[in-house]
Write a protein that binds this ligand. Structure first.
Ligand SMILES: NC(=O)c1ccc[n+]([C@@H]2O[C@H](COP(=O)([O-])OP(=O)(O)OC[C@H]3O[C@@H](n4cnc5c(N)ncnc54)[C@H](O)[C@@H]3O)[C@@H](O)[C@H]2O)c1
Ligand SMILES: [Zn+2]
Length: 747
């Protein structure tokens, strides 16, 4: 089950998937939060939700079209009185890998303008798997208890909460108004005893302690709750008449002194390394705790910083839940399928005896590449103790977070007799062309080019994807259909669909899933894209290594198709010389002695280039090409290869004949910042970073991410850190946001 990268998706496919996800997530939310009877595993639910969020983020316009706006939990169930929370109750963002935690902390530092070595402490505490509850005390007396509900309005469970021993009815020395928040949960022992009792008396059997806790608290008759052994940990707060403390950890201490249970594994950590150590220590104690936890929650300790960081729509920016990894499972590898990608890459996929991993049935998993199967990493070092993977083997499947399941390990004890070493195909399984592996490339590629149907379909999918031509009504599925019918083989064919098959549009209208309206709409959408921005066109060609950024830079630099293809032609001899030099360098690397290597290599490169007798014009064109922002020799070479390939070039020409290219706006040359290198740092208040960059570039400035001697201007907002220091050292002109806007005449 592979998921398509949202960035390469078409709006039609995205809408469909979003709608399907929305229906599933909403149903699961109701089953879980309202009925306390989940119909999906948490891992599967999390996967759906993350996928939903990733798509909604990539296609904000779809989220605005009325698809589900993100929310917390589920609305309060009918039957309960409703309580509007004075301060919203939130969910938590998730981290799965250590890297996610590093990214989280780095993001906070950026947001706060803290340098990477400035102190930033966090609390770490178990994430209790129960349900959250908000308790309101006025003048020390418990007056109200509410569930989270949808975050804004919860269910009134005051009478139920009064039956829980861990929840004090009276507290002494508290602020006049104090809302204590925490988790209601049930211990393993109590959960089991409850189910045994219910089995005897014919009561409801709960699937897990969380459901039992939620089902027990959310009873219309509080006397039923009284008979259920619920517990409560305090970890947070809502409305307060005066501050509780200055730090998270002191606030927890304060709860403790007021008579609440707080989790004994709560710690304050000074570094990420400390957080991770504590995470692993909690993970080790997990089985012995006697209650369910599903991760560790990290919170910024300084409450003033929490305040500054604030909230996103449903989660605080200052906290994250570091979830425990999804389970592992063993199963049999029944076969290895080879998928062929857009650039011909052959990717091995494990076909598995279906197995449940973290609540999801997995029947496919990635095997990465040839070396991975053989037991090697990209540098040739052994992995899995050098064990290779063979068809028939028992393999361990690992699945965490959003990540596609992967084959992680092999059980040699269960290897069937006669299992053979896997021979990676040397020919493309789709077109039978030789599959070649170049020096330094981990991937073997089909050399069939345009004759390979697998590559052709992937290229077409790329062509209609969101960042390229983004043709409404023409998603991956339609492209596959049209290609298998022989209607479209290459991008140019899309623009001939109407002439070829459109007379009366009989053919299309008669197809299943199509009608008069959708066929007409499709042709209109195609016509709409006959005028296309230059950068989208370049990206849509699907040249290896030429991504969105390189395409934009090429478009800005060359401005017209004629100039672009002319540059490719002119630079070709120098590109070939560059390749010859690369090859010479590679063989030299294998022989030369370490000390002499550098000098030797540059000598060998020079000789290889000299042997190619590159004209000064060609050299200048090549130098120009690799100097295009962010391009460099690898991308430039791949670009040059594409244009020098006669079949590909002919396909480009056929496509261009249908198009009118919209050239990018010329940057202003007479602006005060034209040609200047600018760096933005700190918090910008009047524009986003992206806006600031776009405006500066439109005025002919170059925007860079780091301060160096080449920097002309540093625009520093509040919270600017090391960049401002460096600029001062180098004597770089520094100004604030207003001065900058003044300078560019946009104050
Ligand atoms: N299986 C299903 O069908 C299904 C459906 C909906 C939700 N879910 C589960 O619920 C989760 C989403 O629910 P969510 O929005 O409550 O998110 P969440 O449970 O992942 O995280 C937020 C919650 O963590 C709790 N929490 C526990 N310990 C905490 C601590 N020390 N500090 C702060 N908060 C703490 C709070 O109640 C808070 O509301 C999903 O990840 C999924 O696992 C499952
Ligand atoms: Zn092929």
């Amino acid at each position: 089950m592979t998921e398509q990268d949202p960035r390469s998706m078409n709006v039609t496919d995205a809408r469909k998937e979003l709608e399907a996800l929305q229906t599933k997530v909403e149903a699961a939310d109701l089953d879980y939060h309202q009925k306390d009877a989940p119909t999906l595993s948490d891992a599967e639910y999390d996967r759906l939700k993350r996928r939903y969020l990733a798509l909604a983020e990539a296609f904000p316009e779809l989220a605005e079209e009325g698809t589900r706006v993100e929310s917390v939990g589920a609305p309060a169930a009918s039957g309960f009185g409703k309580i509007a929370h004075a301060v919203r109750m939130m969910s938590l963002g998730n981290a799965f890998e250590d890297q996610d935690v590093e990214d989280f902390a780095a993001g906070l530092r950026r947001y706060l303008g803290l340098s990477s070595d400035a102190p930033l402490a966090f609390t770490a505490e178990p994430k209790i798997d129960g349900l959250s509850l908000s308790l309101r005390y006025e003048n020390g007396t418990l007056v109200q208890a509410a569930t989270r509900g949808d975050g804004a309005v919860g269910e009134n469970v005051t009478e139920n909460a009064r039956t829980i021993e861990d929840i004090p009815q009276q507290i002494i020395g508290a602020p006049e108004v104090l809302e204590v928040r925490g988790e209601v949960y049930m211990s393993h022992a109590d959960f089991e005893a409850l189910n045994v009792r219910h089995a005897e008396t014919g009561g409801k059997i709960f699937a897990n302690p969380r459901n039992a806790a939620a089902g027990s608290l959310r009873q219309l008759d509080a006397e039923i709750t009284r008979a259920r052994p619920l517990r409560f940990f305090a970890y947070s707060w809502g409305e307060l008449s005066e501050p509780l403390a200055e730090t998270q950890i002191d606030a927890i201490e304060r709860f403790k002194s007021l008579g609440f249970q707080t989790n004994p594994l709560t710690r304050c950590c000074q570094t990420i390394a400390e957080l991770l150590t504590h995470y692993h220590s909690i993970e080790e104690q997990r089985a012995d705790l006697g209650y369910d936890i599903d991760g560790v929650v990290y919170k910024v300790n300084d409450l003033a910083l929490q305040e500054r960081l604030g909230f996103r729509s449903t989660t605080p920016r200052w906290a994250i839940a570091h979830k425990f990894p999804a389970e592992l499972a063993w199963t049999r590898l029944d076969g290895i399928d080879i998928q062929v990608g857009r650039t011909g890459a052959l990717s091995p996929v494990a076909r598995l005896q279906p197995v449940t991993v973290g609540g999801v049935v997995v029947s496919n998993a990635t095997l990465h590449n040839e070396d991975y199967i053989a037991g090697l990493d990209s540098k040739g070092a052994t992995i899995r103790d050098g064990k290779d993977i063979r068809v028939g083997d028992w393999v361990q499947i690992y699945r965490a977070g959003d990540v596609i399941p992967k084959v992680a390990d092999v059980d040699l004890n269960r290897r069937p007799d006669g299992a053979e070493v896997y021979a990676f195909p040397t020919h493309c399984p789709r077109c039978n062309s030789p599959a070649v592996r170049e020096e330094g490339d981990a991937v073997r590629r089909c050399s069939g080019g345009l004759i390979c149907p697998a590559q052709a379909v992937e290229k077409l999918k790329h062509f209609v994807s969101r960042a390229a031509f983004d043709i409404e009504g023409l998603g991956a599925k339609q492209v596959e259909q049209f290609h298998s019918d022989g209607w479209i083989k290459e991008p140019a064919d899309i623009f001939e669909l109407k002439e070829r098959y459109g007379s009366g549009m009989q053919q299309l209208k008669n197809r299943e899933g199509w009608g008069d309206k959708s066929a007409t709409a499709l042709f209109a959408a195609i016509d709409d894209k006959r005028r296309i921005e230059f950068a989208r066109l370049i990206f849509g060609l699907g040249i290896r290594h030429v991504g969105e950024v390189a395409a934009k830079d090429l478009a800005l630099h060359f401005r017209s198709w004629a100039a672009l293809s002319e540059a490719a032609d002119l630079a070709r001899p120098a590109a070939l010389a560059h390749r010859a030099a690369d090859e010479a360098e590679l063989s030299e690397r294998q022989t030369a002695q370490a000390e002499e290597r550098r000098a030797k290599i540059s000598e060998v490169r020079k000789a290889a280039i000299a042997a190619c007798e590159v004209s000064p014009d060609a050299q200048a064109a090549w130098d120009d090409l690799i100097s295009v922002d962010g391009l460099g020799p690898t991308v430039a070479l791949s670009f040059s290869d594409a244009f020098a390939n006669p079949e590909e070039r002919a396909a480009f020409d056929r496509l261009i004949a249908h198009l009118e290219v919209i050239e990018p706006d010329a940057p202003t040359e007479d602006s005060p910042v034209a040609g200047k290198t600018v760096v933005f740092t700190g918090t910008l208040e009047k524009m986003t970073r992206a806006e600031a960059k776009a405006r500066a570039e439109a005025l002919g400035a170059k925007v860079s991410g780091s301060v160096s001697k080449k920097t002309d201007i540093l625009v520093a907002g509040p919270g600017a850190g090391s960049k401002a220091t460096k600029a001062a050292e180098l004597g770089v002109r520094t100004m604030d946001e207003d001065q900058w806007l003044d300078l560019i005449g946009q104050a």
